[in-house]
Unconditional design. Structure first.
Ligand SMILES: Cc1cc2nc3c(=O)[nH]c(=O)nc-3n(C[C@H](O)[C@H](O)[C@H](O)COP(=O)(O)OP(=O)(O)OC[C@H]3O[C@@H](n4cnc5c(N)ncnc54)[C@H](O)[C@@H]3O)c2cc1C
Length: 480
């Protein structure tokens, strides 16, 4: 097989769908299949792409077969884990989707505190299995988010300040490379590849299995949101800034700006009222959490305080119904420094500027264990940032596009990097470099050049291979 260039892949991918793949045991779904429209839908309803073929794998051998098939036919490849990325990169036009959504098994070894998770699992699958033993690892704050995409980009969540990012808890992966070879990558095996997979995204291969370190968490934790009126935003944020500066690592917080969602736990009279909602989760003894959270809860009269002992596994899915599959989403995101007064004023002035009541902004507090790993220790960039904010425009299929333009412009002067998993589909390519910083990005280019020199995996926030700067001493498993 002559190796296709990226351009050739795009050009030649107009071939008709082929509905058989040698050695493939999963389901092959092409345009004439009754399930095609369901199978090509991703979380973001604004994404409407039509692949030639969706190869729904049921095991690693299927992934190998699908990758080799796509390469042999010079077809574009998209990789689908949970199908949750806002940019919709899990699906492509033309080409083959290597779809892992049927590979959701999770195995836990409670004694050794490890979990093995297949590449199509969702965070709800992991939390369900690990919490049966009072264990957890850092995952996303919405349980229908995919493990694979989230982990490969870094992984931020309630537990990160205590236990590190998801990638900081990753011990090993099984990965199918662009050559269709299965490798195990860890600190000891292909360490350069393992480094890149811990933040570099889906650029280096299809991960079929993740091995995670687990920690004792809950199963009941002190958690929940406190809501204040939107007009109090600046004052609440000033208090919050000082409060989180000295907060222990056990405390994870996310600030949400927008209309109060109609969740059953929120009193009905507050539904759709513009509020600042500080979500909290204390990953330690409940009594300690009560003490730590006391100043925040007493800081200013709130509309409602819903903090209390709650099952961690339930808390992890508390926001699921606020970000429904099939609605339309458009995100802008950036890391932010510590909340200076001028930044707080900008946030308070603009955080409620979207017209749709479903739109919101969410700001994660980073620091803690995230910032104690050396910059460049894994491929996750900007570890010293204080906060990551996403401005999430949400509109239903029957509604007009919502927008965050003025808020985004106002935040420009405070921008300090970005989390790659919060990037949208129409970003300037420079933003991928911004997600890593120059030295991490340049090292990623070296690994990409070694493991995927033809940029087979480019349907992502792409790190383009260079023209010869391969990692010395590393080689792909079997050059073709
Ligand atoms: C509502 C919502 C909440 C979120 N909350 C959080 C959060 O709390 N914390 C956080 O860190 N992020 C969060 N995210 C961002 C999330 O990390 C990304 O959307 C991530 O890409 C989702 O993973 P997925 O497997 O569902 O991705 P998919 O959409 O399936 O895939 C996205 C990309 O990931 C890569 N990929 C996916 N699976 C594989 C695989 N098996 N092997 C190799 N590459 C693969 C591919 O490049 C693919 O294009 C959230 C996103 C949404 C929409």
């Amino acid at each position: 097989m002559s190796t296709p260039t990226t351009a050739e892949v795009g050009q030649r991918s107009k071939e008709p769908a082929v509905v058989e793949i040698d050695g493939f045991r999963g389901r092959l779904i092409s345009a004439d299949h009754a399930d095609y429209d369901i199978a090509r839908a991703v979380w973001n309803g604004a994404i409407d792409r039509r692949p030639h073929l969706i190869a729904r794998c049921i095991g690693t051998a299927d992934v190998v077969a699908a990758v080799r098939f796509a390469r042999d036919h010079n077809l574009e490849i998209a990789i689908r884990g949970g199908g949750h990325n806002v940019a919709g990169t899990a699906i492509c036009d033309d080409g083959v989707v290597v779809d892992l959504s049927a590979m959701r098994a999770v195995r836990v070894d409670p004694a050794d505190r490890r979990a093995w998770v297949q590449g199509g699992a969702l965070w709800g699958d992991v939390d369900h299995e690990t919490q049966a033993h009072g264990l957890a690892t850092t995952g996303g704050i919405v349980s229908h988010t995919g493990v694979a995409g989230l982990t490969l980009g870094g992984g931020v969540g309630w537990l990160m300040r205590k236990h590190g990012l998801t990638v900081d808890n990753l011990l090993a992966v099984d990965v199918v490379t662009a050559d269709g070879e299965l490798l195990r990558a860890s600190e000891d095996a292909h360490p350069d590849l393992f480094w890149a997979l811990r933040g570099g995204g889906g650029d280096f291969g299809v991960v079929t299995s993740f091995e995670f370190r687990l920690h004792s968490v809950g199963p009941t934790v002190l958690a929940g949101p406190i809501l204040w009126d939107a007009t109090d935003a600046a004052e609440v944020l000033r208090f919050y800034r000082d409060f989180v500066r000295d907060a222990p690592d056990e405390l994870g917080t996310v600030v949400r700006f927008g209309a109060a969602p109609p969740l059953s736990v929120i009193p009905e009279e507050l539904h759709w009222r513009p509020v600042v909602m500080i979500g909290t989760c204390y990953a330690g003894p409940i009594e300690d959490g009560e003490q730590v959270l006391r100043p925040l809860r007493a800081s200013r009269t709130s509309l409602v305080d819903l903090v209390g002992p709650t099952p961690y596994v339930g808390f992890q899915s508390a926001l699921d119904s606020t970000v429904v599959h099939g609605w339309n989403y458009y995100w802008k995101s950036t890391h932010l420094p510590e909340l200076r007064d001028d930044l707080i004023d900008v946030i308070a002035d603009h955080a409620f500027s979207c017209s749709s009541p479903r739109s919101y902004a969410a700001m994660f507090h980073l620091k803690g264990a995230v910032s104690r790993v050396a910059e460049g220790g894994t491929a996750f960039g900007n570890r010293r940032a204080s906060h990551a904010i996403t401005l999430d425009a949400v509109w239903r299929p029957c509604e007009d596009f919502d927008e965050w333009d003025t808020a985004w412009t106002a935040l420009r002067r405070f921008r300090e990097g970005v989390y790659v998993n919060f990037l949208g589909g129409d970003e300037d390519p420079d933003r991928v470099r911004e997600a890593y910083g120059d030295s991490v990005y340049d090292r990623l280019v070296g690994v990409k050049t070694t493991y995927d020199p033809d940029n087979v995996f480019h349907h992502n926030q792409n790190i383009r291979p260079g023209t010869g700067t391969r990692i010395s001493g590393a080689s792909r498993a079997r050059p073709r």
